[in-house]
Design a protein around this ligand. Structure first.
Ligand code: NAD
Length: 230
């Protein structure tokens, strides 16, 4: 079975109503990254950080996968598909994708601030001061903040290096190290980039740009790949 590796960013969830970070009107225009998405922000004001992610979580739980997420799940009928996402939402899983690696964590989970191995599903949308892990320390959002290491990166590099087809969707290729992942795909692998405003792809071999929103560009690409596989 041919292996398809898909790197997704905030853009794939935009049509589900979840704002991207860097687009105009995006989230970072409204909040200060340092306050809500860094270890220093957490130390300074954990209640503010919890409140920020509670609102993100509520939004994710209210959102639904769109045609882009659903098309990627359909690809699994014929290909071995590995999704690698920078997103913290769970829309790929809810669309039916079975293999999803989250690089930047998952907003629907919490983890111990003492032992990073203790990870829990959050019931409902709120995580509060006083919610503790089994070892008695405050729970924090299961998110990789700016300034923290991306623990799944080595795994992601290996996955990318095994791709026959590599698809990038809805990412400004701005946040490292995830942005460099496409360079780990084999040179001869077919590469597609679905994004209405693609950037940061200069010098990548065998790359086809699909300058469309994910909800339109991905179903078209998936139909093409499925029909060519027969
Ligand atoms: P980004 O905000 O930097 O870039 C978004 C990209 O999506 C842009 O290139 C834009 O042109 C494109 N885009 C906008 N609408 C689109 C659509 N309908 N279809 C396809 N593409 C579209 O996002 P990023 O590169 O993912 O990096 C930002 C960081 O923010 C990531 O680390 C991610 O974890 C985080 N983030 C996650 C979510 C989420 O979980 N849904 C939302 C916002 C940000």
């Amino acid at each position: 079975m041919k292996k398809v590796v898909v790197l997704t960013g905030a853009g794939i969830s935009a049509e589900s109503g979840i704002k991207t970070f860097r687009d105009s009107g995006g989230l970072w225009e409204e909040v200060d990254i340092n306050e809500v998405a860094t270890p220093e922000g957490w130390k300074k004001n954990p209640a503010r950080v919890l409140e920020f992610y509670n609102l993100r979580r509520k939004q994710v739980l209210d959102a639904k996968p769109n045609a882009g997420h659903l098309a990627l799940a359909e690809l699994e009928n014929v290909f071995d598909v590995q999704v690698i996402t920078q997103n913290i939402d769970n829309l790929h899983e809810r669309a039916g994708s079975k293999k999803v690696l989250h690089l930047h964590g998952e907003v629907t989970k919490s983890r111990s601030s003492l032992d990073p191995g203790l990870i829990y599903e959050i019931e409902g949308w709120q995580l509060d001061i006083g919610d503790k892990c089994s070892k008695g320390s405050q729970l924090r959002p299961h998110i990789v903040w700016f300034g923290e290491l991306v623990p799944n990166m080595e795994l992601a590099y290996r996955m990318a290096s095994e791709a026959d087809i590599f698809i990038v969707v809805g990412t400004s290729l701005n946040v490292h190290p995830a942005a460099g992942l496409v360079h780990y795909a084999p040179e001869q692998a077919l590469k597609f980039f679905v994004d209405p405003n693609p950037a940061g792809v200069e010098g990548i071999q065998h790359l086809e740009l699909i300058q469309e929103k994910a909800g339109k560009g991905l179903p078209t690409l998936v139909r093409k790949l499925l029909s060519e596989s027969h």
